[in-house]
Design a protein around this ligand. Structure first.
Ligand code: RAM
Length: 913
């Protein structure tokens, strides 16, 4: 038995940690089965001195165990040793460390510095200082932040490998600072330079592309802490002795792109201006930083019909291009970005709206590489001007996002579904850039709460999102008010608007998801006020019927069941959506109160939940079980959120089935219904229908986009129309993760990986077979270790393979078996017989009449049953209808007849192969 992956606050040996009571987690890796931890011991030391010894504790807890020693001191390295024992008498140990940051913003003794350049100056200021270090150096740390986004160079070299520090928070309340380790510093003359771009702080941002959302001057704050080998210390910090100039970055805006002039040398420099910004707002970096996580080579050079020189990278991504070039002095290279080519093959940047996304590089006559600093783009194609000969080797796409740990894999026998999974993951990467954004390309890129809420469950399978969301939820809480509730975007640059259902509910749904996924109750504790605050906000707006029926709502945003010319909220009554979420969130708040042992609150919200449910039924469900809007989404919410009375569930399910049939087995849902549609069907014994909808590949469906060549998830079901035209409403992103929320259903229902106890301490493995998919293999790296569920169903045999990590247990429900199996950790395989055939037969009730009549065998059989039938004139009219449509009103015996013909045709096909 081994202890692996010791994590401190989810991180490996973190530096610059300001959590006052850090939590320790480890994984047990063992070749034995049924392993459970029986005891652990944690010892924390500081420079050899014992700070905390938990003692040997009989316990099976191995994640998020809180430090209980004396108060931590700033800028200090702590060593952590963990020992653990298991039920087979084995022993394991692991070691790690963490280093505290400044612990409090007010521990920064540096001054904030800014410049007083003229207002029209677009170039990024470079704050710098030359300094002398006299003695031999042991360690160097830099603590820094800025108003704007910054990059630090020490003696010409960039510090760290992160981008877009200090990240985007509600700067009016919170600003992160970063800690850097510097290994290269030598005694003698050194130089530090901090370049600051406008970023989110003062850059052009929002729908109307206005600047200065938080302030009109960038500024920075930094301290270099030098520890000499002789034990003495020195701090070099930003103050009035620093100078400021401008450098090669002549302009940089997130939406607009960056201009780098490598011929530019600024002779002028000015003294800095000391300024103020409340240091109480400073917090240490809370999530993983944004990094370049992958580099993609250029795939193809295209000369478009219009004559544009375009490079295709084969994948829509978020980031920028690195260009290697040996140009003439002053030669200007322009790089434009686009997600797509139009149907004639020309460059199509229209999905970017006003975000022009142009990077301009001016050469200095030498061989050089250009890489933007303070901008990012959402693109697959670039168009290049200013270069006669294009060598693809000189262009690399750098993929940028928050560097979360990948945790999930999903593959299956259907290649289109595998591409869908890839598209979901790419949209997550493209939009988890410091905050969860709706899209990364156009003049928006905002932290839309609704999008994040519907996608969070899927996101948590693909990557470890604990820190990412913990940080963003703090931003959310910091923007929340009693008067307006939870904003639609976080950070909120859209101003005060009343909260809206499904969007503002992110405040409740995401903390609960984090708790369930990681067993992290501290998130619930930290967000509790925000969670209850949101529910209380709704309660305060309810009418005498106990329901929320006033104010603006997004409804089932972008659903297909209403003409968009009316509005984009879909056909489902928007207040039905609002009250469904009101009930759902209230129930989650009740559960959170229970976890946190807040018994009075638990009772209060439990009563409220019951009252809302009653009022919901009274208002939206008739005495005979009809819903007021019988849309797919309304039915889904009534069932999935468990709102309808038991006696009405059957009828609502029937309404849902009828609605789906009326759409020829296609979805018509928007942002709200889509994440739950397949779950609802699966839970209500219609997994087959969920599978049918899931595998549709004509419009509207997930696989329609895949067939159209999508490499990320589209904002709309029809972002590209069947004829190849783009949807042109002015809101059409090709990289928008909301509809990628189907990913959760793939992991949970197809692969069957679920948690029964928070953090997957107890796991439910319940794979569910579906027609059209013959194997699925999925893995999920939980906080305890790797979970695997894989199945095949072929040649009359079902095989299931399961892996359960140490220190957890599982319940396994094998497909087509009744009895659940209790499992301890280990690897298991099962194989048994079945009569189920999952390969899709060539002929079905969805085949058209013509497809059937093209088969001589079908003609023969049909005429045997009723002579002359295939010659009947009505039959000619029905050629393009599906068999189920033809038979919609036909007597049962006709249905039986056609079914037997279809069976015969499929048997015939099988014998051919
Ligand atoms: C669009 C966004 C986002 C959605 C809002 C309501 O502008 O792209 O996806 O949440 O509208």
């Amino acid at each position: 038995m081994e202890l692996k992956e010791l994590r401190i606050e989810y991180r490996k040996n973190p530096v610059g940690l300001d959590v006052t009571k850090p939590r320790f987690s480890w994984k047990i890796v063992s070749t034995e089965s049924n392993v459970l931890q029986t005891a652990y011991r944690i010892v924390v030391t500081k420079a050899g001195e014992l700070i905390w010894d938990s003692g040997k504790r009989e316990s099976d807890t191995s994640v998020l165990i809180e430090y209980e020693g004396s108060a931590l001191t700033a800028c200090t390295v702590y060593r952590v040793q963990v020992e653990a024992w298991d039920n087979n008498g084995n022993y394991g140990a692991a070691e790690g460390s963490f280093e505290t940051g400044l612990l409090k913003g007010t521990n920064f003794s540096a001054d904030w510095i800014t410049h007083d350049f003229a207002d029209e100056e677009t170039a990024c200021p470079v704050f710098f200082k030359d300094f002398q270090l006299e003695k031999e150096i042991e360690t160097v740390r830099v603590y820094a932040t800025s108003l704007g986004i910054y990059e630090i160079k020490m003696n010409g070299e960039k510090l760290g490998d992160s981008f877009f520090a200090p990240g985007w928070t509600n700067y009016n309340k919170r600003l992160q600072y970063q800690t850097y380790t510097v290994d290269e510093l030598q005694p003698g003359q050194n130089k530090i330079e901090i370049t600051v771009g406008n970023g989110w702080y003062k850059g052009i941002f929002g729908f109307v592309c206005t600047p200065n959302h938080y302030g009109d001057r960038v500024a920075t704050l930094a301290e270099i802490h030098v520890k000499y080998s002789d034990g003495t210390k020195e701090i070099i910090k930003t103050d009035n002795t620093w100078k400021v100039t401008t450098g090669r970055i002549r302009s940089s805006e997130i939406y607009m792109g960056e201009t780098i002039d490598s011929t530019f040398i600024n002779q002028k420099c000015s003294p800095v201006v000391v300024t103020t910004f409340d240091k109480n707002r400073l917090v240490a970096q809370e999530s993983e930083p944004v990094r370049i996580t992958q580099k993609l080579p250029a795939k193809e050079l295209i000369i478009t019909p219009k004559g544009e020189k375009v490079i295709d990278f084969g994948q829509i991504l978020t980031g920028f291009i690195k260009v290697k070039v040996h140009g003439e002095t002053g030669q200007k290279i322009t790089v434009r970005h686009a997600e797509a080519l139009d149907k004639d093959g020309n460059f199509y940047p229209d999905t970017l709206r006003q975000a022009i996304s142009v990077d301009t590089f001016i050469c200095n006559g030498q061989e050089q590489s250009f890489l933007p600093h303070f901008t990012f783009h959402g693109f697959r194609y670039i168009s290049i001007e200013g270069l006669d000969n294009i060598d693809l080797e000189n262009f690399t796409a750098c993929v940028l996002h928050t560097d979360m740990e990948p945790t999930g894999t999903f593959t299956c026998s259907n290649q289109l579904v595998n591409q869908l999974q890839s598209n979901i993951q790419w949209s997550q990467r493209g939009n988890f850039l410091d905050i969860p954004t709706d899209c990364p390309q156009r003049d928006e890129r905002l932290g839309w709460t609704g999008d994040a809420q519907v996608f969070a469950g899927t996101a948590a399978y693909n990557y470890n999102v604990s820190l990412f969301f913990t940080k963003w939820l703090r931003d959310l809480a910091s923007e929340q008010t009693k008067e307006f509730g939870v904003p639609h975007v976080v950070p909120n640059i859209l101003g005060d608007q009343d909260g809206a259902a499904a969007w503002s509910d992110a405040a409740v749904i995401i903390p609960w998801m984090i708790y369930e996924t990681y067993g992290d109750a501290r998130v619930l504790e930290a967000q509790y006020e925000s969670m209850t605050g949101w529910v209380d906000y709704i309660t305060a707006r309810c009418g005498s019927n106990g329901l929320w029926q006033i104010g603006f709502q997004y409804g089932d945003w972008l659903a297909l069941d209403k003409e968009e010319s009316a509005d984009r909220t879909g056909a489902t009554d928007v207040y039905l959506v609002a009250n469904a979420y009101y009930a759902y969130s209230t129930n989650l708040v009740r559960k959170a109160a229970e976890v946190l042992n807040k018994h009075e609150d638990a009772e209060k919200y439990s009563n409220l939940y019951r009252t809302i449910k009653k009022a919901f039924n009274k208002e939206y469900i008739t005495a005979t079980g009809r819903l007021v809007s019988e849309t797919q989404t309304a039915c889904v919410l009534a069932l999935y959120f468990d709102l309808a009375e038991e006696k009405h569930r059957k009828r609502i399910l029937q309404s849902l089935e009828t609605n789906i049939a009326n759409h020829k087995n296609h979805l018509s849902t928007g942002f709200v219904g889509t994440p739950y549609l397949c779950h609802t069907l699966t839970e209500n014994n219609r997994h087959d229908l969920a599978g049918t909808i899931f595998l549709k590949d004509d419009y509207p469906s997930w696989l329609y986009a895949v067939k159209k060549g999508a490499t990320t998830i589209w904002e709309r079901w029809n972002s590209i129309l069947p004829n190849g035209d783009f949807e042109t409403s002015g809101m059409n992103s090709l990289n928008h993760y909301a509809y990628g929320s189907i990913g959760e259903w793939m992991y949970r229902r197809l692969a069957g990986i679920n948690q029964l106890e928070p953090g997957y301490k107890k796991i439910l493995i319940k794979p569910q077979l579906m027609k059209g998919i013959t194997f699925v293999e999925a893995t999920y790296k939980s906080v305890y270790g790797k979970i695997k569920s894989a199945w095949t169903c072929q040649n009359q045999r079902i095989k299931v393979e399961v892996e359960i990590p140490a220190n957890t247990t599982a319940l396994l429900l094998l497909p087509e078996k009744e009895e659940p199996i209790e499992l301890g950790s280990g690897r298991y395989q099962y194989e048994y017989e079945t009569t189920t055939v999952l390969e899709i037969e060539k002929f079905s009730m969805e085949s058209t009449l013509k497809e059937l009549l093209d088969e001589p065998l079908a003609v023969e059989l049909l005429n045997q049953h009723s002579p002359g039938l295939t010659e009947h004139p009505m039959i000619q009219f029905a050629h393009n209808l599906s068999i189920s449509e033809v038979l919609a009103k036909a007597p049962d015996e006709s249905v039986v007849m056609f079914k037997s013909v279809i069976e015969a045709l499929n048997q015939n096909e099988q014998s051919k192969s």
